[in-house]
Design a protein around this ligand. Structure first.
Ligand SMILES: Nc1ncnc2c1ncn2[C@@H]1O[C@H](COP(=O)(O)OP(=O)(O)OP(=O)(O)O)[C@@H](O)[C@H]1O
Ligand SMILES: O=P(O)(O)OC[C@H]1O[C@H](OP(=O)(O)OP(=O)(O)O)[C@H](O)[C@@H]1O
Ligand SMILES: [Mg+2]
Length: 285
C-alpha cells in the first residue's frame, strides 16, 4: 500500500512540536528518531527524520512528498515549493540587526557594510530590493557574535524573544519577514500521495482549530440573554438550554483562544455567572 512520505526535523526547535502535531492527529509512530525512517501502525505515512536545512532539496527531488519545516528555510532554499498549511508554532522573524552603538537611520546605512548571516539568499534579495550593496559573510551558527569579534558590521538572523540580540548588544533594525512552521509539498507528489495528504491536512486543520478555540459554558438570567448571545458568535450560533431554576438559561459556545479573556470580562459585565472554559480536542469545520 502506498504511503505518504513526510519529512520532519530530526532534532532541533521544530522536532517536538511536529511530532506532537502528528500525535494529536491520531497518528501513532512505531519507532523513534534513532532511525532515519519510522512508520505508523494506523495511518499510511512514513516519517523521514531530516535536517531542517536539507528538507527543501528533498522536497524538490521528490525523496519525500511533504514536510514540516520552518517557512524561513523554504524562503531561503525553496521559493518554488508550495506551502499548504501554516502550523502556528516556531514563530519567529528574520531580521537585520546592528550593534546598539550603530547610528541607524535607514537601510541606506548598510551600504558598503559587511553583513553576517546563515540566510544569504534572503539577505541578498532584501538588499537588492532596497538598492543596497553590502558584503555578505556566510556563518552557520551563532551569527550574533560576528559584530562583537569584528567579523561584520551587521547581521541577518532569526529573532524570537530578542534575548540573543540583547545579550550580544545588538538591536533589531529591519524585519524582513515573519516565519512559522509550515506544511510544504513536493511538486512530484503522486495522485495517491495527494489523497493521503488531504486526509492528513483535514486532521491537522481540526487539531489547529481546536487548539485555537475554547468551549465556554455559562448561566444567565433570561432577560440578559440577548446581550450575552451577541457577545458569543459560536460555530453557528450559541446553544441555549433551560436551567431547572425558572427564568435562567445555560449558554454554550466556542470562543477564539486569543480573544477569550476579553470576551469573558464582557460576559461577566453583561450578567453571565458560573462561567466554565474547556479545551477543545478537535474542531471539524
Ligand atoms: N528562537 C527561535 N524561536 C522560534 N523559532 C525558531 C527559533 N530559532 C529557529 N526557529 C525556527 O525553527 C527552525 C529550526 O531551527 P533550528 O535551530 O532547530 O534548526 P536549523 O539550524 O534550521 O536546523 P537543522 O540543523 O535541522 O538544519 C528555524 O528554521 C526557524 O523556523
Ligand atoms: O530571539 P531569541 O529568542 O533569542 O532567539 C533567536 C535565536 O534562536 C536561534 O538560535 P538557536 O537557539 O536555535 O541556536 P543555533 O544558532 O544553534 O541554531 C536563532 O538563530 C537566534 O540565535
Ligand atoms: Mg537555530
Amino acid at each position: 500500500m502506498e504511503q505518504l512520505k513526510i519529512a520532519v526535523q530530526k532534532a532541533g526547535r521544530l522536532h517536538d512540536e511536529s511530532m506532537a502535531l502528528l500525535k494529536d492527529c491520531g497518528i501513532y509512530i512505531d519507532n523513534g528518531r534513532e532511525q532515519l525512517k519510522a512508520a505508523s501502525s494506523n495511518f499510511p505515512i512514513e516519517i523521514y527524520y531530516l535536517r531542517n536545512g536539507d528538507i527543501p532539496q528533498y522536497l524538490k527531488d521528490g525523496v519525500v512528498d511533504c514536510a514540516i519545516l520552518g517557512e524561513n528555510i523554504l524562503i531561503e532554499k525553496g521559493q518554488e515549493l508550495s506551502v499548504v498549511d501554516w502550523l502556528g508554532f516556531s514563530k519567529c522573524r528574520v531580521s537585520l540587526a546592528v550593534p546598539k552603538t550603530f547610528k541607524y537611520n535607514s537601510i541606506n546605512d548598510l551600504n558598503g557594510k559587511r553583513i553576517a548571516t546563515s540566510y544569504p539568499e534572503t539577505t541578498q534579495n532584501f538588499l537588492t530590493q532596497n538598492n543596497i550593496q553590502a558584503e555578505l559573510h556566510l556563518i552557520n551558527g551563532s551569527v550574533e557574535i560576528a559584530p562583537n569579534i569584528g567579523l561584520a558590521d551587521a547581521i541577518c538572523d532569526i529573532v524570537s524573544s530578542g534575548n540573543t540580540l540583547f545579550k550580544n548588544n545588538l538591536k533589531e533594525v529591519e524585519v524582513i519577514f515573519k516565519s512559522q512552521a509550515v506544511l510544504a509539498v513536493s511538486p512530484s507528489i503522486s495522485k495517491k500521495g495527494g489523497e493521503i495528504l488531504n486526509k492528513l491536512r483535514f486532521r491537522i486543520r481540526s487539531v489547529l482549530h481546536g487548539r485555537n478555540s475554547r468551549y465556554v459554558l455559562l448561566n444567565a438570567p433570561n432577560h440578559k440573554l440577548a446581550e450575552i448571545i451577541n457577545l458569543l458568535p459560536g460555530m453557528k450560533s450559541p446553544t441555549l438550554l433551560p436551567l431547572a431554576e425558572a427564568g435562567w438559561s445555560s449558554v454554550h459556545s466556542v470562543v477564539n483562544s486569543d480573544a477569550f479573556w476579553e470576551v469573558i470580562e464582557e460576559l461577566r459585565e453583561a450578567g453571565a455567572e458560573g462561567i466554565l472554559v474547556c479545551p477543545i480536542e478537535k474542531m471539524i469545520i
